[in-house]
Design a protein around this ligand. Structure first.
Ligand SMILES: *Cc1c(COP(=O)(O)O)cnc(C)c1O
Length: 397
């Protein structure tokens, strides 16, 4: 049904199979949010579920809610039970099983919160969790313990204490707004938050982490872009995992953000059956460049409860980076990272291009497997320097 996954062409999926009302209201982000697929009945109306999915939907109700915007739902190939879009947003029975290596808070965020909602792990920057809601819910959500509002734990961001902390800690120069998805807030509310942050003189750099450009490109209105444009330097990190997610509508939404002067990066996650091949990853990163988005991080999937069916061996991620480096534009290559379980922060993982380090030289291989030696600099002998001095003197007379 979608022979174009590896094709660089951008295609529209709107409004596809939906109602007559949808054709008229499709571009209205409020309509998209009101009409999200969020119940088993809703889902079965539109898709023939497998037994594993039906059980998954029933189990998800008390862990991480299901919710899928019509826009994103339309990217699903209904005839393909292994559709890479489907695996990201439709719960499966495997989510109910916790592997022994899995954790409730895989990145140890709760123990690094000086104020509820503010994660301060690195010396100069903080992660500010401003909401627990998203336009749609990724089944491998690293914050599923608090996101979507149906689990036992809740995010209780303390706004005033968080702003006070940021004001008092002058070592913080970088604030990352995340959640949940900050772009679910109204323009006015976001404007107030950004204005408040911009009033803190030591905050040089602000960025927003959001999957809304992918789940709900209709939300990226000209008005939103005009408002964001007032708060530079402002970056946005988006989250796309598969080339099919980059539709015509998404490309236009990203273009509006880029035209507002916002540098865009992408953070993707290695997911089994979604993007665990060089071909898919290459198509994804090349299409991102065409949307003026720099692939930033490729994450090894966090050890989140119920994620074993979506996680891949680390070696596969390394092999993907190896398949990209040298084979496509350098700008297109993300940094592969593992967020150290329990709170280690992001740790870069790279293919090994260093074959040997003997004294005085390094032996390397390139992307084609050819071997190269790069020697350390040779010290200039005193006698040679002396000769040069004499020659210089002879020329000065
Ligand atoms: C990812 C993350 C950041 C930002 O890290 P960068 O490498 O600067 O993108 C900051 N704080 C926390 C807790 C994070 O998880």
């Amino acid at each position: 049904m979608y022979p174009t996954d590896l094709d660089p062409a951008f295609i529209s999926h709107a409004p596809g199979y939906w109602s007559d009302e949808a054709t008229e209201k499709w571009d209205d982000h409020r309509w998209q949010l009101r009409n999200r697929v969020d119940s088993l009945a809703d889902l079965e109306l539109r898709l023939k579920l497998t037994d594993e999915e039906r059980a998954g939907v029933l189990l998800a109700g008390t862990k991480l809610a299901m919710s899928i915007t019509p826009h994103f739902f339309n990217l699903i190939d209904r005839d393909d039970p292994d559709c890479p879009i489907r695996r990201q947003v439709i719960p499966r029975i495997e989510e109910g099983w916790n592997a022994p290596e899995e954790l409730n808070d895989p990145c140890g965020e709760d123990s690094h919160m000086p104020v509820p909602g503010l994660v301060h792990r690195y010396p100069d920057r903080v992660l500010f969790l401003v909401t627990d809601r998203c336009a749609s819910y990724c089944r491998y959500c690293t914050r599923s313990r608090v996101v979507s509002g149906v689990g036992e734990q809740h995010l209780e961001t303390q706004w005033e204490p968080a702003f006070k902390y940021l004001e008092q800690h002058t070592e913080i120069r970088d604030v990352l707004l995340s959640g949940g998805d900050p772009l679910l807030f109204s323009d006015d509310r976001l404007d107030k938050i950004l204005t408040r942050l911009r009033a803190i003189p030591h905050l040089q750099f602000i960025r927003i982490g959001s999957r809304i450009p992918i789940f709900l490109p209709q939300r990226i209105t000209p008005e939103l872009c005009t408002m964001l444009n007032k708060h530079h330097p402002l970056f946005i990190s988006i989250h796309a995992n598969h080339p099919r997610e980059l539709t015509l509508e998404v490309r236009d939404a990203l273009g509006r953000l880029a035209d507002a002067g916002i540098p865009l990066g992408n953070q993707s996650v290695m997911l089994r059956g979604v993007n665990d091949s060089v071909d898919v990853q290459k198509a994804l990163v090349q299409k991102l460049l065409m949307c003026r988005v720099k692939p930033y991080y490729l994450y090894q999937c966090d050890l989140i409860n119920g994620s074993s069916h979506l996680r891949t061996p680390v070696a596969e991620g390394v092999a993907i980076i190896e398949g990209l480096r040298g084979h496509t534009t350098g700008y297109a290559i993300p940094q592969f990272v593992i967020d150290g379980p329990g709170g280690g922060g992001k740790i870069p993982i790279n293919p090994n291009y260093v074959v040997d380090t003997a004294s005085g030289k390094i032996t390397l291989r390139n992307f084609e497997g050819e071997i190269f030696e790069y020697p350390d600099p040779t010290p200039i002998p005193a006698a040679d320097l002396e000769l040069l001095h004499q020659e210089a003197l002879s020329r000065s007379v």
